[in-house]
Design a protein around this ligand. Structure first.
Ligand code: AGP
Length: 605
């Protein structure tokens, strides 16, 4: 949520900030702005809309070797020019970009207003700028520190002050801040994506830390002014991974990257001799792992849905009871944390606030938690301290596709690892490994065979309502299919367990409501056919995702996907669901990579 960036060094800051903002735009895109420090003072340019709209209106000669920038996802105050970041104090001397929420902003605003401060925006961030400008202290770092002692809430922020021509002060509490170390120059960003073009040397700030950046280096202290020693780490991401390649959207590129993403998640983790998985990152001995009697998976949105599928996979293979729950719901129900439960936090970005808060709640109560995370070094990965990295590569489209697939592969590896410590035989392990080996090719074949789905998307694009139905794993797939469709195409889509349709939702089935039925060739096949008959009897059109060409019930359309292994069969079924959402959105002329009102990583509650 929101991207922040900063530069101090010998180069002109504005082009570096703009390029970085384009890279961070997937984090929020309702408004954007930059502040560049020149000898004559701060030049602030910001406006509602996308980064390119703001960039098009920048003065041609915006020179200065220090600056900060922001791309916003609105929390306090609607998207507008005034609410766009950077925010300054009333004199225009101090500018701030911020990601997070200042919870006591109303109270602080009232206090400042009583002292005669006039506000130019409705944002919580402007409160920070006004506080910093009024705070005492000989240095900008001290002023920021003193202002932050008055603040409750979350922040990743960067501050510049026209009185301090050579420094940027940044701070972190709950929202990511990464320093990039260059040659006589320093960078800062909320996301490594904005740094990799310039440097591989990075320092991740921890909560409660403040850093002062100057061209010749950085200094990190805590909120209590104690020095903090930080060791730089190496960024592994390849710069090219952030391009769209030959595709017109990141979503399509990432759908096509799934075979490779699966290979990367599997890479180095299969132990063929013992037909098991090697997951050193778990840092749990067989004895420790065997002690867990239950598994609870937590995540938000698609990450939670992947957990539902992961739980089914683990439970079916290992017979260890497993379930999944929304991390946001979990953290607010004062959960009982049990010693014999292994908690698994799932997050692509590793920054989802509710998932991070759930991890902290589990740790605070003494529970054992591991992460399944894509972004290396992210907050959730670091808070868990152990787990499985997906290594799926950067996912830029707001909707998740390849990381969802890789998460399921990570769950399969985990289930194999745990199962082989229990009752799963060598032969069963080998069969699953063979299926995992074959998976990338099968997925590639499903993607290549997409013309039929493109035609179906054109046929149904003008519908206004859709049900997605299935049973067990099929219901989880239905949830993912419905979420994908509503996110990118804005078509109203709802997922229901097929068994529940007749308990109410059937009332809405009509010739204008599409039902997408997930019908695997499993034990529940006949039951799913029964549901299709019920929908057809109400003249509702049905699109079925199936394993067999022949269906005993008449449906309007079918998409056939290959069968592979009973535990992995849901994975190929994802492909038509993703492609259907993509092509419906394209037919409706939607902003596929940056859907309205959304952002890639949700770092606020
Ligand atoms: C997926 O398409 C969504 N954009 C969203 O539900 C996402 O999965 C959710 O916000 C969790 O994100 P995370 O994986 O980065 O934690």
């Amino acid at each position: 949520m929101c991207g922040i960036v900063g530069y101090v060094g010998h180069q002109n800051a504005a082009p570096i900030l703009l390029e970085a903002l384009h890279r961070l735009e997937y984090r929020g895109y309702d408004s954007a702005g930059v502040a560049v420090l020149r000898k004559s003072g701060l030049a602030v340019h910001k406006r509602r809309g996308k980064v390119h709209e703001m960039a098009a209106r920048l003065p041609k000669r915006l020179s200065g070797n220090l600056g900060i920038g922001h791309t916003r996802w609105a929390t306090h105050g609607e998207p507008s020019d005034a609410n766009a970041h950077p925010h300054t104090d009333s004199s225009g001397r101090v500018a701030v970009v911020h990601n997070g929420i200042i919870e006591n902003a109303h109270e602080l605003r009232a206090r400042l207003a009583a002292d005669g401060v006039e506000f130019a925006s409705e944002t919580d961030t402007e409160v920070l700028a006004q506080l910093i400008a009024r705070a005492g202290g000989a240095s900008l770092t001290e002023a920021v520190r003193s202002a932050l002692t008055m603040v409750t809430g979350t922040y990743g922020l960067a501050v510049v002050d026209a009185k301090h021509l050579n420094e940027i002060v940044v701070a972190r509490n709950g929202s990511p801040v990464i320093l990039g170390i260059g040659e006589r120059e320093m960078f800062v960003a909320s996301d490594a994506a904005a740094l990799v073009r310039h440097t591989r040397q990075a320092v991740y700030l921890d909560d409660g830390e403040i850093a002062t950046l100057e061209p010749r280096g950085y200094r990190v202290t805590t909120l209590d002014a104690a020095p903090a020693s930080k060791r730089p780490t190496q960024l592994e991401l390849a710069d090219e991974a952030f391009g769209k390649g030959a595709h017109s959207h990141y979503m399509m590129k990432e759908i096509h990257e799934q075979p490779d993403a699966i290979r990367r998640t599997l890479s180095g983790r299969i132990d063929r001799r013992f037909a098991t998985a090697r997951l050193d990152g778990l840092e749990l001995s067989p004895r420790e792992l065997a002690q867990f009697r239950r598994i609870k998976i937590l995540g938000c949105g698609s990450a939670c849905i992947s957990g539902l599928l992961g739980a089914r996979l683990i439970e079916r293979l290992t017979r260890v009871p497993a379930d999944a729950e929304s991390a946001a719901e979990f953290r607010y129900r004062n959960p009982v944390i049990e010693d014999d439960t292994l908690y698994i936090a799932v997050s692509q970005s590793g920054e989802t606030f509710d998932t991070l808060a759930a991890v902290e709640e589990i740790k605070r109560k003494g529970g054992a938690v591991i992460g399944i995370v894509n972004v290396v070094g992210s907050s959730i990965a670091r808070a868990c301290g152990r787990g499985i990295y997906l290594h799926a590569g950067p996912e830029i489209a707001v909707v998740s596709t390849k990381t969802f697939m890789s998460t399921l592969v990570a769950f399969a590896l985990f289930a194999l690892h745990l199962g082989r410590m229990k009752d799963v035989s060598l032969a069963q392990g080998k069969r699953l490994i063979e299926a995992l080996d074959a998976l990338p090719e099968r997925i590639a074949a499903c993607i290549a065979d997409s013309d039929h789905v493109t035609r179906l998307a054109a046929k149904y694009a003008q519908f206004t309502n859709a049900y997605f139905v299935g049973r067990n794993e099929g219901f989880a797939l239905a949830q993912e299919g419905a979420l994908k469709l509503k996110e990118v195409s804005y078509l109203h889509a709802e997922a229901y367990p097929a068994s529940e349709l007749k308990h109410g939702p059937l009332a809405l089935v009509s010739p204008d409501t599409l039902t997408v039925a997930i019908v695997p060739a499993d034990d529940l096949f006949e039951k799913n056919i029964g549901t299709i008959e019920e929908v057809r009897a109400r003249r509702g059109p049905v699109l079925a995702i199936v394993h067999h060409h022949e269906l005993p019930a008449a449906v309007d359309d079918i998409v056939v996907v290959p069968q592979l292994h009973e535990l992995l069969d849901p994975l190929p079924m994802l492909i038509p669901l993703q492609l259907f959402a993509y092509h419906v959105a394209a037919a409706r002329d939607c902003d596929i990579d940056q859907p309205r009102n959304l952002a890639k990583s949700v770092t606020v509650e």
